[in-house]
Write a protein that binds this ligand. Structure first.
Ligand SMILES: Nc1ncnc2c1ncn2[C@@H]1O[C@H](COP(=O)(O)OP(=O)(O)OP(=O)(O)O)[C@@H](O)[C@H]1O
Length: 287
């Protein structure tokens, strides 16, 4: 297991054209820690991932991965991008896409071919993609392509796994399978996970902390510290209700853009007892 923080942001800020998306972000993730990143559309969740991928500069502060400034092409980072459909004519098979995620330097010259193939087969098996591994990726469904992207991100055993709505377009069974896979990467291989999502419930049992962005502000803390009526109403500066039913959380509010519930959730949710007053001074458990 790796030691020390594998991801660190200090007093970080980002913005475009004079508009600040978020600022004063202090965050350290230990190996194996699972962070869910939530917030409405345009709050800056994907931009956080771009910063950690070295694709977007901060306007203030620092971002480090495995003790070094975040940079493009770091082998310490695995990335599952937002789902987009690949063109039909993409000249890659499923297994080629996964192999692209492997860091070739880890394999000796002679062993490379065989070890790589074995590792790719293992990853394909893990995401349930063995069956279509030799098909051209452009002919696969959106969900099948997404499972391959997950396998690619896990290849090379990254210290930090960045996931941008990785469950989007997956059916329930594969949502569960991919979530379990990411969780195992954290628990067994010590990867710190940054998981951008509009829906906390599929990962609620795995999440150690939540980072919630809204209106240029943020809160960080344990799920039930942050996902509360009082805390989110303060963050949005408007009434927001957090309801809980059988361990599932539903966030409701008229002005929420990227809301967190499905019609089914709304029908089944019952009010949470949010009696505990927050004792924070604007940030919760930020560390
Ligand atoms: N390179 C850029 N130049 C200018 N504005 C940008 C750039 N990249 C992102 N933005 C803007 O920053 C804001 C945040 O974008 P981002 O993709 O991080 O949001 P998000 O929280 O991931 O949203 P969503 O939930 O819709 O995916 C948006 O208003 C977007 O238009």
């Amino acid at each position: 297991m790796r030691e020390g923080p594998v991801l660190a942001l200090h007093d970080a800020a980002v913005g475009f054209d004079g508009r600040t998306l978020w600022r004063q972000l202090d965050l350290q993730l230990a190996p194996g820690e699972f962070l869910a990143v939530l917030g409405p559309n345009g709050a800056g969740k994907s931009t956080l991932l771009k910063v950690l991928l070295g694709l977007q500069k901060l306007t203030a502060g620092t971002a480090e991965i495995a003790g070094r400034p975040a940079r493009r092409g770091s082998s310490a980072v695995g990335y599952i991008p937002q789902q987009h459909t690949m063109p039909t004519e993409t000249p890659l098979r499923g297994r080629d896409l996964v192999a692209l995620g492997l860091d070739g330097h880890r394999f000796g010259l002679r062993l490379r071919g065989r070890s790589e193939r074995r590792e790719v087969d293992r990853l394909l098996e893990e995401v349930g993609a063995t069956e279509y591994a030799d098909m051209p990726v452009g002919l696969l469904s959106g969900g099948e392509q997404q499972r391959l992207r997950a396998a690619q991100a896990l290849a090379g055993d990254p210290a930090v796994l960045l996931c941008d709505e990785p469950l989007h377009s997956l059916d329930l069974h594969h949502q569960q399978a991919i979530t379990d896979l990411i969780q195992r990467q954290a628990a067994e291989r010590g990867a710190a996970v940054v998981f951008v999502t509009h829906e906390i419930n599929p990962v609620i049992d795995h999440v150690d902390r939540v980072l919630y962005f809204a209106r240029g502000q943020h809160r960080i803390g344990a799920t039930r510290e942050v996902m509360r009526t009082s805390v989110l109403s303060e963050l949005y500066d408007a009434p927001v209700d957090v309801l809980e039913h059988r361990g599932r959380l539903v966030v409701m509010g008229q002005h929420l853009e990227g809301h967190h519930c499905t019609p089914e959730d709304e029908r089944t949710a019952a009010p949470e007892h949010d009696s505990a007053e927050s004792s924070h001074d604007g940030r919760i458990g930020a560390h």
